[in-house]
Design a protein around this ligand. Structure first.
Ligand SMILES: NC(=O)c1ccc[n+]([C@@H]2O[C@H](COP(=O)([O-])OP(=O)(O)OC[C@H]3O[C@@H](n4cnc5c(N)ncnc54)[C@H](O)[C@@H]3O)[C@@H](O)[C@H]2O)c1
Length: 344
């Protein structure tokens, strides 16, 4: 049984508390959060879970000596918390983004690697059924050579809604660093290739409730030749949310109709789709279960493909390059940018 400490008991922490407690190979030894309100809300929403609550990470590490730590805290405190765990040789699963800037993200990874601990990043969308099947089909050659794709994510995210994290309202590049980072990571993962060149443009519509850009457009050229058009926003004008991901290849096209479900394959020249069977999943929970299980495998010394901190640096490079491209108004060579920023 892997005794796991959960740090950060907010919106995302409530998923984690359930997923850790329900995993047959782990136990939730304690939760850490300076906010008594956060703990109270968790208790109200998940009354079946009982675990001690502390307000200080150092005290919790000393008292419980956990085998693993899950950090579900805002990115601004990840480095300090990863360092505290690394000093004690404790493996960490840290929510995304690892950090808000390149230098801090790199130090997070250096600290973990120097201490020889596993550092896994919260790229739970890699464990969605839609992702697993899409990657299997594309990498397995069902589409033949892939030419181009498009991701369209259109959402009205009410950042002032109670029980939703508030720091995105005031942070720099909230859409990119909190949301598009998942999409960009999935594009690297599903197309199984790094990005060669990126053009990005980030903007904020006049009606935005976010202080910084809530809309991201990008054009990505992958090393394997795939071209991807991306558009994502948190500030659609109403709650008619949309998510589609279309990828076209020489033998056929893959179309994802929604964010967590609905995948169809259209063979070249046909006018009816083949529905790809997907196992039912509870959104944000089953994908998180998959991520946790993969991390626990690594902690037990078993084979694992968890998204590592080192791998996340390339997703961070892509995300930050998007903002930089927008600032400079030009296309960037990603590897060159990543090297300049110390991310590759
Ligand atoms: N992977 C996903 O699908 C997903 C979804 C939502 C959020 N997230 C990520 O999870 C992280 C947390 O987001 P959230 O929505 O739960 O935010 P939140 O604001 O709802 O919760 C964060 C909690 O961390 C606590 N906290 C702050 N500083 C702390 C410290 N030093 N020690 C312990 N606790 C501390 C806060 O009191 C708060 O309760 C962020 O990095 C966010 O990007 C990931």
């Amino acid at each position: 049984m892997i005794r796991t400490l959960l740090v950060g008991l907010g919106t995302r922490g409530r998923h984690w508390a359930r997923v850790i407690a329900e995993n047959t190979g782990s136990s939730l030894v304690a939760g850490v959060d300076p906010s008594l309100d956060a703990m109270q809300t968790l208790q109200e929403k998940l009354p079946q879970l009982e675990f001690p609550h502390l307000t200080d990470l150092e005290a919790a590490l000393k008292q419980f000596k956990p085998d693993a730590v899950v950090l579900s805290t805002p990115p601004s405190v990840h480095l300090e918390q990863i360092t505290a765990c690394a000093k004690r040789g404790i493996p960490v699963l840290c929510e995304k983004p690892l950090a808000l800037d390149a230098a801090t993200a790199r130090v997070c990874v250096d600290v973990a690697e120097q201490a020889g601990i596993h550092l896994c990043v919260g790229m739970n969308f890699r464990y969605l059924e839609t992702t697993i099947k899409s990657r299997e089909l594309i990498v397995g050659g069902k589409l033949g050579t892939v030419g181009f794709g498009r991701i369209n994510y259109w959402r009205y995210r009410d950042g002032k809604r109670p029980l939703l994290n508030k720091y995105p309202l005031t942070m720099d590049q909230p859409m990119l660093l909190e949301q598009s980072i998942h999409h960009l990571d999935l594009a690297r993962f599903i197309y199984n290739s790094e990005v060669k060149r990126i053009w990005g443009r980030t903007t904020n519509p006049p009606w935005s409730m976010y202080a910084s850009d809530a809309t991201v457009a990008a054009w990505l050229e992958f090393e394997n030749g795939v071209e991807l058009q991306y558009f994502g926003t948190w500030m659609g004008t109403n709650s008619k949310n949309e998510f589609q991901w279309r990828t076209d290849g020489e033998k056929g096209m893959l179309f994802q109709r929604d964010i967590f479900a609905g995948l169809e394959y259209w063979a070249s020249g046909t006018s009816t789709p083949e529905e790809i069977p997907l196992k039912p999943q509870e959104d944000f929970v089953d994908d998180t279960r998959g991520l946790l299980e993969d991390f626990l495998c690594a902690v037990r010394g078993e084979p694992s493909t968890y998204p590592s901190g080192r791998d996340h640096l390339m997703t961070m490079a892509l995300t930050l390059a998007c903002a930089e491209s927008s600032k400079q108004g030009k296309t960037l060579d990603l590897l060159e940018y990543a090297k300049q920023m110390g991310l590759a």
